[in-house]
Design a binder for this molecule. Sequence first.
Ligand SMILES: Nc1nc2c(ncn2[C@@H]2O[C@H](COP(=O)(O)OP(=O)(O)OP(=O)(O)O)[C@@H](O)[C@H]2O)c(=O)[nH]1
Ligand SMILES: [Mg+2]
Length: 232
Amino acid sequence: MSYLIKPHTAEFKMGISDPAQFEEWLSNHPDIIGVSFVGRSNVGKSSIINALFGSKTARVSKTPGRTREINIFEFELGLNGKKCDLPKFFLIDLPGYGHAEVSKEMSKNWDQLMGSFFSHLSAGMLLVNLQDARHPNQESDKGFHKFLKTFTRNAILVFNKMDKLKTQKERAELEKLKPALSKEYKWIRQMYFASAETKKGLPQVEEAIVAHLLEELEIRKTDRVELDDDEA
Ligand SMILES: Nc1nc2c(ncn2[C@@H]2O[C@H](COP(=O)(O)OP(=O)(O)OP(=O)(O)O)[C@@H](O)[C@H]2O)c(=O)[nH]1
Ligand SMILES: [Mg+2]
């Protein structure tokens, strides 16, 4: 039995750029289960989302910083390629952080949006932090993790654009960075090497996402049984 993301089931729900509107949405969806993608502008968030969920899910940009809104989707899992009776899950594409060309105004807006995002978001949402395999752990990535530290979250780290690392030496250097990063970022459960371009490494990322979703469903089920017991 194996559950996978059912391709092309991701359905766009809405795009939000106003923190107040987002807070309202989150307070109406307190227990959602799903996955959200966050990373530096241009790191390939939308490309990875498309590779995992089906080609036309998110908009891929030529100009960095295009995704300025929080884009919310719903998607389904399939069981051995067939429809299954699990509830729908949420997918959130977040605007990129740390782009040099964004104005002060926009970066203030990002801080506000993300501040309300992490303080209101359901713990059932897995966070996927994408970093550029060629430029890992940049200042803005560090800044993001400093910010994340105050919120307990299930998170994984995916190094994207691995296809751009041409030599074994470059790949080994990235590999060497892993222990220090996992020590520094204790909330990161696992790290992955991937490429949205060649699709390498994506099955492992998908497996991690699906495992998280099923685990969260299981937790809810146990909570519900306990609640029923209390009521009986
Ligand atoms: N070579 C290579 N290019 C990639 C990969 N993933 C994304 N790109 C390219 O990187 C650029 C940015 O990709 P997006 O997916 O739009 O990145 P994003 O993180 O969503 O960007 P913003 O929404 O603007 O923050 C595009 O030109 C993609 O084609 C990859 O794995 N390998
Ligand atoms: Mg994008």
